[in-house]
Design a protein around this ligand. Structure first.
Ligand SMILES: [Fe+2]
Length: 334
């Protein structure tokens, strides 16, 4: 079967590796990330290239060491584009994205709050930051506070490299022949997540950014489908053709046999994924509106040759700006 992993352990012996799925994903143990050596870090990158995402339990990282460790992966993105309208982060570092459901007082957000509606789009499989001109490589998500066991809140992954490998031959050839560009929009995925709340928001009114639909994942030299919930349309196709292709590829990539669900076990757990090789989503649960789930994420700017896709290399990131067009979006304070 294409994409099937050999179960050999890591060659340098720094880590104990337990595969989580036949084609991708592993849980690794054995190294203190706050003091990791250059040799062990190089091996961690090798494991990332092979598995696409790694789960590291009970790392002991705090905000400072999380950000410092993340800098080993490259230049970090920050949340300034999302902090307009006077909104401030809950913590010291602008490099930490707030991926939780916690309000300014540390309480769980109400399920009907504007931020809850904003977050619903993350329940669809996506890649982080594909809506930016320069896309993201790695995301590093850490649990600070977890809801009680059994109340949900898993993070799910889909193997977008194996999804390409296993496509029907005719569809695969069509993608290789046409060099399609996907147009990505944060506004599109917010609206898709909560269509009524964002009824007056038109993604077409905002800039979108283009990245090749199919491209080589350079650190593994495998092909990858670069899709996900921010993908608004495919350049050059009619609306109907575009949606048919997007849904065919999304449906294929997110079949149950191509996905795995990861449960957060301890505060300090960290999951690192490569947005150029996997899709992910936030699974819901009965915790929503009842219990705090405080997760914080650093995001690394891609440094590969296709980092900027088909976009101008300018330091603009769309963030979420209602531009005066949406009362509901203004209510978010962003
Ligand atoms: Fe995400």
């Amino acid at each position: 079967m294409p994409g099937l992993l050999s179960q050999s352990q890591d060659p340098g012996g720094f880590f104990q590796v337990k595969g989580l799925h036949p084609t991708f994903g592993a849980e690794v143990h054995g190294v203190d990330l706050a003091t990791i050596s250059d040799e062990a870090f190089a091996e961690l990158l090798t494991l990332m290239a092979k598995y696409g995402f790694l789960v590291l339990r009970d790392t002991g990282l705090d905000d400072t060491t999380h950000v410092e460790f993340s800098r080993r992966f490259g230049e970090l993105d920050d949340i300034r584009p999302y902090m307009t309208g006077g909104r401030k982060p809950r913590y010291e570092y602008y490099e930490l994205f707030d991926a939780g459901n916690v309000d300014a007082d540390g309480k769980p957000l109400a399920v009907d709050s504007p931020r809850s509606h904003y977050g619903k789009g993350n329940g669809f499989f996506h890649v982080d930051s594909s809506f930016n001109p320069r896309r993201a490589s790695y995301s590093l998500l850490r649990a600070c506070r977890l809801p009680p066991p059994g109340t949900g809140g898993n993070t799910d992954f889909a193997d977008s490299r194996t999804a390409f490998d296993t496509l029907p031959d005719e569809l695969k050839q069509r993608l290789l022949d046409n060099h399609y560009a996907g147009c990505h929009s944060l506004h599109a995925s917010r609206k898709r997540g909560s269509p009524e709340f964002f009824a007056d928001l038109k993604p077409e009114d905002f800039p979108m950014h283009r990245h090749a639909l199919v491209q080589v994942h350079e650190s593994s030299d495998r092909m990858n489908l670069y899709i996900g919930a921010h993908l608004h349309h495919i350049n050059g196709l009619s609306d109907t053709e575009s949606w048919q292709l997007i849904w065919a590829l999304t449906g294929w990539a997110t079949r149950p046999e191509n996905t795995v669900s990861v449960e957060w076990e301890n505060e300090g757990d960290l999951i690192i994924w490569d947005n150029r090789a996997v899709l992910h989503r936030a699974a819901g649960g009965s915790y929503e509106g009842k219990y705090a789930r405080d997760l914080r994420r650093t995001t690394v700017h891609d440094a590969s040759s296709t980092a900027w896709g088909l976009n101008e290399q300018v330091d603009t990131r769309p963030g979420f700006n209602s531009n005066g067009k949406s009362q509901t979006a203004r209510a978010l304070g962003v």
